[in-house]
Design a protein around this ligand. Structure first.
Ligand SMILES: Nc1ncnc2c1ncn2[C@@H]1O[C@H](COP(=O)(O)OP(=O)(O)OC[C@H]2O[C@@H]([n+]3cccc(C(=O)O)c3)[C@H](O)[C@@H]2O)[C@@H](O)[C@H]1O
Ligand SMILES: Nc1ncnc2c1ncn2[C@@H]1O[C@H](COP(=O)(O)OP(=O)(O)OP(=O)(O)O)[C@@H](O)[C@H]1O
Ligand SMILES: NC(=O)CC[C@H](N)C(=O)O
Length: 570
C-alpha cells in the first residue's frame, strides 16, 4: 500500500486555503497511486489556533469545512485530516468542550475520529485549556491493514527512552497491545535546535521496542513565534529511518507498506542538516518569511548600524522576502563611528538590499533644546543616550507607516535577557528576528553564512568590538561581561534553572553572577513589551516564558536557603 505524507504549511484560521492545500496534496497523492494520505495535526485550521478555539462559530466552520472536504477528495483515497471535534460529555463531566482529533475521510464521508490522548501543557503548549484527552487507543483498517493513529504528544511518553513517565498512559504501547500493523503520528511539533535528533532517537526506540513501523508527519511553516520544521520521517520495525522529508519546506513524499513483510520499504531519505547553524539559519528565514506573508506584508525595514546584529537580521530578511523587499536605514548620530556607515553600506551592497541614510544629529538637537529647561544642571546620561535610539525607532516606524513596511527588530537573546536594549527605541518592531539567538550564536551564524561560498557579512563587522555607539567610545563590554561568559551564565540560568551557587561552582565570578541575575530580573518588564520573537531554543522568552515582573526572586540571589535574616517585629 502506498502512503503519502503531506507536509503542509497551513495559515491559522484560513480554513478554505488549508482545505485547498489538503485537496491539492490528495490529488497529487492519488495520481501517484497512494491509497492513504497523512496530513499534520489540526491541518484544517493550522496549529496552534489558541483562543480561536473558544469561539463556537470557528469550531462550526472547521466542522463544515471538513464535511465539504470529504466530498471533494478523490474517492479512492483515504485521508487523515487534523481537526477539532465537540466533546458531547462536556456538560455532564465538567470537561473541556473539544477534542483535538484526526478525522478519517474516505469515499465522500467522515468515517471515523481519533482523539489526542496526551495533551501538552508546558513551555509554549496550553492544550489543557481547550481540550479533553481522548480515553482510548484507536485504529482503522484499510485493505486489511490495521493502522493505529496518534497525535503529536501521544508519542512523547516512552518511559524507557526518557527514564521517566510524564503521563499515566503510553498510547504507543496501547496500540501495540491492540496488535496494529502500522502506527502513524500526525504532528505539529515546533522547531528547536537539534530537536530532530531527539525525535528520531525517540521514535527509533519506540518502533524497535514495539516492533512496529511508524510514520511521523509534521507541520511546516512559521506561525507567530513558532517555526515548524517539517522533517517528517518514517521508520521500519527495526527502527531504521526509511524516509525523511524536506526541512523547512512543504513536501509530499511516498512510502510503501509491504503487506507480506508487514513493514515499510526503504524510500528516499534526505540527509539531516550538517550543522546547528545551518538548521537555525533555515528556521529563521522561514520564520521571517512566513510571519511577513501571513500578516500580509511584502516588504520589511530595519535600522542598519554597521553592527553584527542588524547585519544578520538583514541577511535573514533578504533570504526570506527577497533582497528587493528589504530597506536598511542608516541613521548616524554625532557618536557614530566612520565604520558604522561604511560597514552598513558594504553589507547593503553584499546583500543587494536598498539603503537610505538619515542623519539624526538635528533631531537630537531638537530634543536637547526642548528638554533643556527640565534637564538643566544634570549630567549627560542614559536618558540622552536613549533619545538617539528612540529617534531611530520613531523614524523607522514613520517609514513603515508611510510605505507599508514591517519593522524587524534586531535585539539578540543575550541583550533581551539583561535588558541591554531601549524600550520604544531599538526594541520597536513587529517581529524580533533573533530574540532567541544568543550573541555567541549570532557570531557563529554569520561565520557559517560567510562559509557558504560568498562573503555576505563584511569582515570588519565580524571583527570589531560590539558597540551601541550611544556615547563616544562606548563598547558593550563596558556594561556587560564578555559575551562567551554572559551566554554561559544565561544558558545555566534560563535553560538549566541553576541556582547562583551552581553557576558560581561552574567557575563564574560570584559578583558577575549576582549582577547578571539582577539584570535579568529587572528586564522582565522590557521582555513583556517586546515584539514576538522567533523561537529556536527549548526555552525562549515569549509564550513559553511566564515570569512575574514585580518579583524579588532573582534579585535576592536565586538560591535556597535564601540569604536573608528574619527580623521579628517587636
Ligand atoms: N518594572 C518596570 N515596569 C515598567 N517600567 C519600568 C520598570 N522598570 C523600569 N521601567 C522604566 O524603564 C526605563 C528604563 O528602560 P529604558 O528606557 O529602555 O532604558 P535603560 O534600560 O535604562 O537603558 C537602555 C540600555 O540599553 C543599552 N543599549 C544597548 C544596545 C543598543 C541600545 C540601543 O538603544 O540602540 C541600547 C543602553 O546602553 C542602555 O544601557 C525606566 O526609566 C523606567 O521608566
Ligand atoms: N547608526 C545607526 N543607524 C541605524 N540603525 C541603528 C544605528 N545604531 C543602532 N541602530 C539600530 O539599533 C539596533 C541596536 O543596536 P546594537 O548596537 O545593539 O546592535 P548592532 O549595532 O546591530 O550590533 P552590535 O551590538 O554588535 O554593535 C541596531 O541593530 C540597529 O537596528
Ligand atoms: N503539538 C504537540 O503535541 C507538540 C508537543 C510535542 N512534545 C512536540 O513539541 O513535538
Amino acid at each position: 500500500m502506498k502512503i503519502a505524507i503531506a507536509q503542509l504549511n497551513p495559515i491559522i484560521g484560513d480554513l478554505p486555503k488549508n482545505a485547498q492545500q489538503i485537496l491539492v496534496a490528495a490529488q497529487q497523492a492519488a495520481a501517484a497511486g497512494a491509497r492513504l494520505l497523512l496530513t499534520p495535526e489540526l491541518s484544517i485550521c493550522g496549529y496552534p489556533p489558541r483562543d480561536l478555539l473558544l469561539n463556537p462559530s470557528f469550531v462550526n466552520a472547521v466542522e463544515m469545512t471538513l464535511q465539504q472536504l470529504a466530498k471533494d477528495l478523490p474517492p479512492q483515497l483515504a485521508v487523515l485530516v487534523g481537526t477539532v471535534t465537540p466533546n458531547p460529555q462536556a456538560h455532564i463531566s465538567g470537561g473541556k468542550s473539544l477534542f483535538n482529533s484526526i478525522a478519517l475521510l474516505s469515499a465522500g464521508k467522515v468515517r471515523q475520529y481519533f482523539h489526542k490522548r496526551l495533551l501538552p501543557t508546558y513551555d509554549v503548549f496550553d492544550e489543557n485549556r481547550y481540550f479533553e484527552p481522548g480515553l482510548q487507543a484507536n485504529y482503522f483498517s484499510l485493505d486489511d491493514i490495521n493502522i493505529g493513529v496518534t497525535i503529536c504528544e501521544d508519542l512523547w511518553n516512552d518511559e524507557e527512552f526518557w527514564g521517566k513517565r510524564s503521563y499515566a498512559v503510553n498510547p504507543i504501547a496501547d496500540l501495540a497491545i491492540l496488535g496494529v500493523d502500522l502506527i502513524v503520528n500526525l504532528s505539529a511539533s515546533p522547531y528547536t535546535v537539534s530537536k530532530q535528533h531527539l525525535r528520531e532517537a525517540m521514535l527509533k526506540h519506540s518502533s524497535e521496542h514495539f516492533q512496529k513501523p511508524m510514520i511521523y508527519t509534521n507541520q511546516v511553516g512559521g506561525n507567530d513565534d513558532l517555526i515548524f520544521d517539517g522533517c517528517s520521517f518514517a521508520l521500519n520495525r527495526q527502527g531504521e529511518i526509511i524516509c525523511r522529508a524536506q526541512g523547512f519546506e512543504t513536501d509530499l513524499v511516498m512510502v510503501e507498506f509491504d503487506e507480506k513483510q508487514q513493514d515499510l520499504q526503504p524510500s528516499s531519505v534526505l540527509p539531516a542538516y550538517a550543522s546547528e547553524d545551518e538548521e537555525i539559519w533555515h528556521a529563521l528565514v522561514l520564520g521571517v518569511g512566513d510571519y511577513t506573508r501571513k500578516c500580509r506584508f511584502s516588504k520589511v525595514i530595519l535600522g542598519l548600524s554597521g553592527g553584527i546584529d542588524s547585519a544578520l537580521v538583514a541577511a535573514i530578511a533578504a533570504a526570506a522576502v527577497g533582497k528587493e523587499n528589504v530597506l536598511g536605514v542608516l541613521m548616524p548620530s554625532p557618536y557614530s563611528s566612520e565604520h558604522s556607515i561604511s560597514d552598513a553600506l558594504a553589507l547593503g551592497q553584499n546583500l543587494g538590499i536598498q539603503t537610505q541614510i538619515i542623519p539624526i544629529g538635528e533631531l537630537m538637537q531638537g530634543f536637547e533644546h526642548s528638554l533643556a529647561p527640565l534637564f538643566a544642571g544634570t549630567e549627560f546620561g542614559i536618558a540622552e543616550e536613549n533619545i538617539q535610539s528612540r529617534i531611530r525607532g520613531n523614524l523607522l516606524m514613520a517609514i513603515a507607516n508611510k510605505f507599508g513596511y514591517l519593522l524587524l527588530s534586531t535585539g539578540n537573546k543575550s541583550e533581551m535577557a539583561v535588558g541591554y536594549c531601549t524600550l520604544y527605541g531599538d526594541m520597536n518592531g513587529g517581529l524580533a528576528v533573533i530574540a532567541d539567538v544568543p550573541k555567541t550564536r549570532v557570531y557563529s551564524l554569520c561565520h557559517w553564512l560567510n562559509s557558504q561560498g560568498t562573503e555576505v557579512i563584511p569582515q570588519n563587522i565580524l571583527t570589531k568590538a560590539p558597540s551601541a555607539e550611544l556615547k563616544p567610545g562606548q563598547v558593550d563590554q563596558d556594561s556587560l561581561p564578555p559575551y562567551d561568559i554572559l551566554d554561559d551564565i544565561l544558558q545555566r540560568l534560563i535553560h538549566h534553572h541553576q541556582s547562583t551557587e551552581q553557576i558560581v561552582a561552574a567557575g563564574h565570578d560570584p559578583a558577575t553572577v549576582d549582577r547578571i541575575l539582577q539584570m535579568v530580573a529587572r528586564a522582565e518588564f522590557k521582555r513583556r513589551q517586546a515584539p514576538p520573537g522567533l523561537k529556536i531554543t527549548d526555552r525562549a522568552f515569549g509564550t513559553g516564558w511566564r515570569m512575574p515582573i514585580a518579583s524579588n526572586w532573582l534579585a535576592v540571589k536565586n538560591t535556597y536557603p535564601a540569604k536573608y535574616t528574619l527580623t521579628l517585629s517587636p
